[in-house]
Design a protein around this ligand. Structure first.
Ligand SMILES: NC(=O)c1ccc[n+]([C@@H]2O[C@H](COP(=O)([O-])OP(=O)(O)OC[C@H]3O[C@@H](n4cnc5c(N)ncnc54)[C@H](OP(=O)(O)O)[C@@H]3O)[C@@H](O)[C@H]2O)c1
Length: 303
């Protein structure tokens, strides 16, 4: 099959479309004929070698963690899914390929496009994991730094569905979309604390930093306590007494994918496709992601 791989760490140019053996579903897994792949920051962090000391890869390695497609193999012990079902989920290896093996998945609603669904897996799992960590309740106010990105948008919509008030930072061009969801947008940058206080006279109960742009002190000031702040991207979390939540850590929320699918069917969850790229342009998609500004997700279409 065709797959995107890299044989050495480096820039987007190390990514090549190559012929490789097809993977197969082991016990507890399914295989899909891939339709679309969601691009995550982790894809280019792994490719560049930036993660090589903590997550060394065996090269050549595939790319992509999120995929949607049609089930064509069901591993031993798997129930509730059959060959021919349309699903989206998390791949065990490179998702940017004609076939991928999934370790976690949810059924794709018929009216949800494969492209949009491919942007759900990491973003939704992360969003629900963080909200559980923050024990956010209906009626409380949440601030999200980076509300227009994949994780940010998923967190906005889960928190609104939970009955919270959501204030999210975004660049001017992404603010109208946040407003249309029911969130209150503010710009990021100097003066953040004053801008948030202006729109949240009731106070702020919890905060998520989904960017790692150095705003943990401001988020602590807004919530009144480091224990009410979680970051998924700031390596200085421990210095401030803030919880860093990682995808391999505790409190994972695999049910978030099915939850997002159900909310989509109720008209309460969308993940806009910012731009779609063909398989031989995964490098361009990763470069766009690395540039750091997006509404929703960059997607790679395979079939
Ligand atoms: N620990 C975990 O479990 C976990 C899971 C998933 C992702 N992550 C990490 O979390 C980060 C975000 O992931 P993602 O997939 O949501 O990224 P993304 O989709 O690329 O979104 C990034 C967002 O950051 C915003 N942004 C850029 N510069 C900013 C600044 N100076 N201040 C505030 N916001 C700014 C952008 O908003 P504008 O476009 O409006 O400028 C954009 O919407 C990445 O570092 C990723 O590696 C961690």
């Amino acid at each position: 099959m065709k797959a995107v791989q890299f044989a050495e760490y480096g820039g987007p140019e190390v990514l090549k479309v190559v012929d490789v053996d097809e993977p197969h579903a082991k016990a507890g897994q399914i295989r899909i004929a891939v339709s679309a792949v969601g691009v995550n920051a982790m894809d280019w962090k792994l490719r560049s070698g930036a993660m090589a000391t903590i997550m060394p890869l065996s090269l050549p390695a595939g790319v992509g963690m999120d995929a949607s497609g049609v089930v064509d193999e069901v591993g031993d012990g798997v129930e509730g899914v059959a060959v021919g079902d349309e699903v989206f989920g998390s791949a065990t290896g490179g998702a940017a390929a004609q076939y991928a093996v999934l370790r976690e998945w949810a059924k794709k609603p018929k009216s949800l496009s494969f492209e949009e669904a491919a942007g759900f897996p990491v973003a939704t799992e992360t969003a629900r994991r963080v909200l559980k960590l923050l024990s956010l309740k209906a009626g409380q106010t949440l601030v999200i730094n980076g509300a227009a990105g994949g994780v940010g948008l998923a967190t906005v919509q889960f928190a609104l569905a939970d009955g919270a008030t959501v204030i999210g930072t975004a660049s001017e061009g992404n603010q109208e979309y946040l407003r249309s969801l029911g969130a209150v947008p503010v710009t990021y940058g100097p003066g953040l604390v004053d801008r948030v206080r202006e729109v949240a006279p009731q106070g702020v109960d919890a905060a998520l930093d989904a960017v790692g742009s150095g705003v943990l002190p401001e988020l602590i000031e807004l919530t009144g306590s480091a224990s009410r702040v979680v970051t998924i991207a700031d390596g200085r979390a421990a210095e401030y007494g803030v919880t860093f939540s990682g995808g391999m850590g505790s409190g994972r929320a695999p049910g978030a994918r099915a939850e997002a699918a159900a909310l989509f069917e109720q008209g309460k969850f969308r993940m806009p496709v910012a731009e779609a790229f063909p398989l031989d342009r995964v490098g361009d998609a990763q470069a766009k992601s690395e540039a750091g500004h997006v509404l929703g997700k960059f997607i790679v279409t395979v079939a």
